[in-house]
Design a protein around this ligand. Sequence first.
Ligand code: 13P
Ligand code: SF4
Length: 304
Amino acid sequence: WAMQAPYVAAINRLKKERNAVVLAHNYMTPDIYHGIADFVGDSLQLAIKATEVEADVIVQCGVHFMAETSKILNPAKTVLMPDMEAGCSLAESITAEGIAEMRAQYPGAPVVSYVNTTAEVKAASDICCTSANAAQIVAAMEGDTVIMTPDKYLAQNVAKQVPQKRVVWWDGACIVHERFTPQDLRDFRDWNPGLKIIAHPECPPDVVAEADFAGSTSGIIDWVSREKPEKTMLVTECSMATNISDAFPEVEFLGPCNMCPYMKKITLEKVLYSLHSMTGAVEVDPEIAGRARLAVQRMIDLSR
Ligand code: 13P
Ligand code: SF4
């Protein structure tokens, strides 16, 4: 990404002029991850960081629900989304009406919604979760039955970890993680003896069952830095391995490259345009933001 140096320099200059910080998800391309990000992390770390930002402007290098979450948690800041079309198949799979349907089907059961949802859905939920804390949050809910939306695979993986609860779910999935199959993992193991496989819990449970470890994107990075496997396959979005490979020169990263088309909408050119013109500010209706904040803040408080 050396070719991108002029963009990186221009963005870093503009960040100072605008008093802006760039919060970037682990799935961003390496030019963003290494070149312009002030903070990188998984969804939970980004949400917590958003509460702590003192700069005037947050540039969210990630997808739309992440920018909304930052705005909900720190409403006085201008939160810029370099491309409003950077959505998420999970966030698009459910509306507040869907939450109402689930509540009608399972009266009295608490609703735990993944942060990969719109502000309206968060506002209609009792609490949020991310892949880093989902099992902990579900275990802390009162009652026997817990509704998890919208990721059916995350819910099914959590159900195995929290057998004392009856977990019911919405029929959503991540278009990146649902593409992996158990056979992909078995093939890579056969071709690469000694391979360690790490899967994201948005993968189907039969895929997670073939892995040596499952965790959020930051959980995956922690696992690699702790275990230092000779060869590893990260069963998650493709940019993750590229982003962290420089930090682990002794680890060989193998596997198919599944990219998230939404995350890949964020480019240096769009970040530069957005910061230069101060366009793409995310707004959330204050009444919805107030209710959504309760659900996100409950999650943050329970995860500390
Ligand atoms: P985490 O970084 O929280 O594991 O989330 C993964 C993801 O798919 C975000 O869209
Ligand atoms: Fe959504 Fe999956 Fe893309 Fe994450 S990787 S933004 S969950 S579609």
